[in-house]
Structure formats: C-alpha cells, structure tokens
Design a protein around this ligand. Sequence first.
Ligand code: ACO
Length: 329
Amino acid sequence: MNAAITATARYLPEGVLTNKDLERMLDTNDEWIRTRTGISERRILRDPAKATAFMGGKVAKQLLEKRGLRADELELIIVATMTPDMLFPSTACLVQDIIGAKNAWAFDINAACSGFMYALNTASKFIEAGTHKNVMVIGGDKMSSIIDYTDRSTAILFGDGAGGVILEAAGSEGYGVLDARMYSDGTGGKDHLLMKGGGSLNPATHETVDQHLHYIHQDGRMVFKSAVTSMADVAAEIMERNNLTSDDISWLVPHQANQRIISATAERMGIDDSKVISNVARYGNTTAGTIPICLSELDDRGDLMRGSNLVLVSFGAGYTWGGIYVKWQ
Ligand code: ACO
C-alpha cells in the first residue's frame, strides 16, 4: 500500500525581516531583491534560546492534534534540517522529547533544501513495507543562525520556518505518494554552496569564527544555473514517468529559493502560473521547511481535494534534488 499524507502543519515565527529592514543593514535595496528573487520579507526566530527543535515541536503538536493521534501512538519521527539545534543529539530526538512520543524512534536527515523531499521519500518506504503504521516527517531550519548579515548575497535570501506531515497507509490503491526520483551530485556542492566551519574538518576555533566559516557560503550564479536545470529536468521526468500532462497537474509545489527558479520550472512543465505554489515573497527560503509549509497552506485553504495531482520538486546543497508525485487521498 502506498503512503498517504493524512495531516499537514506549519510554524512560522512572528518576527518579520523586510527588504526595507535589510536596506538599513546592507548595501542593497527592495527593488533589487524583489526583481532578482521575488522576496519581500522573511520570518526570523528572534529568541536566541529557541531553534529548529522548538519550531519542529510546534509543528509536531499541531500534526498530532489535527490527526487525532496520541503522542505515544507515533512510531517514527524524521526531521530534515541543516540547522540542527546541536550536532548531536539529533533534532528529531529533541522533538520526540518535546511532544513525549515515547514509543517513536527518531532521526535526522540532512539534504539541505531537498531535506524534506529525501525525508518524505524515506518515510514512505516504512509505510509501503508495512513495518510502520505512521511516520511524522518534519522539515525546518533556523537559517538566521547561519546567515552572515554583513553578506548581501545570502542575507537577503533566507528565513526561518518549519512544516510537516503525517504519513499513513493510503485508504485505497492509486492514492498517496506514487513516485519519487531523487538525485545527488557531490561534485557540485562543495565549492558553491556550503558551510565550512563547525564540522570535523574545521571545528570551531577563534580563527574559524574570525573567518566567518560558520555562515552559509554560496556562489549564487553557479547554484542558480544548476537549480533551474535540475528542478526542471526532474519535474519533466516525473511527468513522463507517470504519463502526466500539464493539464493533469493540480499543483506544482516547488522548493522556494527564488521566484525566477520557480517560474522557469513551471514554464518547462508548461504549467499555468495559477497552479504553481509560491510563498517565497512572504517567507524567503526556509530551506527544508519550504515544501511542507506550502503543503500546509494549500491544505488549510481547502485546495487539496481527493484526486488532486501534486508534483513536488526541490534543489539544494550537496547538490541534492528530487521530484515526488502525490495523488491526494
Ligand atoms: N543587493 C544589491 N546588489 C546585489 C545583491 C544585493 N542583495 N547581491 C548581489 N548583488 C550584486 C552583485 O554584486 C552583482 O554585481 P556586479 O554585477 O557588479 O558584480 C549583481 O548584483 C548581480 O549578482 P548575481 O549574483 O549575478 O545576481 P543573480 O541574478 O544571480 O541573483 C541570487 C543572485 C538571487 C543569489 C541568485 O543567484 C539565486 O537565487 N541563486 C540560487 C539560490 C538557490 O537556489 N540556492 C539553492 C538552495 S539553498 C540551499 O540548499 C541551502
């Protein structure tokens, strides 16, 4: 039996960082940011005592409530993040503790902006295999914790947020997560999109802090080119493999990095703008959070009907990218 999404939820912190705010901090301007990225504002988790697990916990509690599940009924928690609260324990274990899911096992996946896609695909296998009745999948990042707010090329792009879903066996055949294609290219990411400091190669020292190695580093132009090609290719592949025409697709749910990348992917698929989900203007790039946040907004708007065909696509550091086809049950 396929895995189906049976609940969605999201958490966006209240703090807002607008393009006007950034104008006061950096040599940039609202018009440049909106034209090049489509972003107007992003959410920031300003409380230094709170991080990704806090946002994940907020999402997890809503998911249990929406699905009517008790925490002790949950069997597995997977959290996709590249900004874990700590290198260990995993953020998934911290979320487990927050909600008291004492019978669940829990682990993290790090595939940067494709993290939720990798986690959703992985989680589906536990349901398909019949070994698990339910899996909670959360994607979220506190990007503000690794942003250099003196670097205008990255500071404008990212925001904080988290979203998630519960997966269970689909009620009938032909519904749920029907196809997934995942890719990695380790040659692409190590020079163009990375955080050098804080791991075992460059553990924290005064020098690594002075050299700003604990912040995200991105060669935007290089990443842009790869993102456009890879997201469009994998979206086209998902359509071909599943005999989907653009008319068949109800919603394209792309990773929210840049409106130009989203529009290029939609154009390649021949999909009308009205079917393309975009909230990058309001939240910027929340990394592993973007796709589940989009799903939750669609769900809350009542725009997910039985039989709706969703194509999810992502691209991120690694490089990592992928596409998933879901028929909503
Ligand atoms: N404000 C004003 N000017 C700026 C800013 C800014 N914030 N940032 C850069 N510029 C300048 C540059 O210095 C450059 O000036 P120059 O021509 O004098 O050298 C000019 O604007 C153009 O810079 P580019 O980097 O070529 O701008 P581009 O159109 O490529 O847009 C951007 C940059 C928005 C970063 C884009 O490349 C992008 O979106 N890249 C992909 C991001 C992405 O998808 N990341 C993957 C996911 S993230 C993850 O996995 C963690």
